[in-house]
Design a protein around this ligand. Structure first.
Ligand code: AMP
Length: 240
């Protein structure tokens, strides 16, 4: 089936501007891919403890009849061609390409491919370039256009943490994250209370409506994941 896809691209090693142009050219070179739109480039903050220097990010729209996993295979081959070496998770990289969402929509959650991309809704390094070419596109199943997600992070947004079972971990995470972001409102949340814009759920999230950030039980890992998410939502990408 023919679909339109929106992809996010970024990197922070080498001449990224040239890499992004090259990646667009390689997408266009595939006989089953038509390159529809390319966004402006944005300078963004590195996210992750070991991410390195600022990134350059962009988004593209393509049209293709490739099946989702075949498209993923191709973009991963393009990443590889630009020398991406997976060393540190979330470490510096020459080129990262993510599938964000498609129309008609593909909705799935498998180890190799989750669609829509589960983190696109709060990552400014994804949202700003995407908004540049797809602000009015509605993301299924969320039912909101891209620019609604952009607007969330321009408010005085709050962070809430919820755990049905691990109350002690919840408090440890709140303490550690609040130390890092002293000016942000970071509190415990529980069902029945108004939803914060960024809700993080530790462990089992049965009964919690999307969209939320899923955190593991392990306190240091969860703390870093939440710090990364807040960093990504707080960023102000600069068009270059
Ligand atoms: P990263 O290191 O952030 O580039 O993660 C890449 C891994 O995420 C790959 O192993 C992919 O199979 C997997 N993945 C899951 N969902 C997606 C998606 N929507 N787009 C790209 N990669 C995905």
């Amino acid at each position: 089936m023919k679909r339109h896809w929106w992809l996010a691209m970024g990197g922070n090693l080498g001449d990224v501007a040239t890499t992004l142009l090259g990646a667009e050219a390689q997408l266009a070179a595939h006989p089953q891919i038509r390159l529809v739109k390319c966004s402006r480039r944005y300078r963004t903050s590195p996210v992750g403890a070991d991410a390195g220097t600022p990134f350059l990010n962009s988004a593209v729209e393509i049209e293709t009849d490739l099946e989702p996993l075949d498209l993923l295979d191709y973009v991963q081959a393009v990443e590889k061609g630009f020398g991406r070496v997976r060393t540190v998770h979330w470490g510096p990289r020459t080129l990262d390409i993510d599938l964000l969402f498609s129309i008609p929509a593909v909705i799935q959650s498998t180890p190799r491919l989750t669609l829509p991309h589960p983190h696109l809704w709060y990552r400014r390094f994804v949202l700003e370039p995407l908004n540049n070419i797809a602000g009015d596109e509605v993301i299924v199943p969320y039912g909101h256009p891209v620019n609604d997600f952009m607007a969330l992070w321009r408010t005085d947004w709050r962070v809430g943490i919820y755990s049905a079972t691990a109350r002690a971990s919840q408090n440890d995470i709140i303490r550690a994250v609040a130390e890092r972001f002293p000016l942000r409102n970071i509190t415990a949340w529980s069902p029945g209370h108004p939803r914060p814009e960024l809700l993080a759920v530790i462990g089992d999230a049965a009964g919690i409506k999307p969209l939320f950030l899923s955190l593991p039980d392990d306190v240091p890992t969860a703390t870093q994941a939440l710090i990364d998410a807040i960093t990504a939502a707080e960023d102000s990408p600069v068009p270059v």
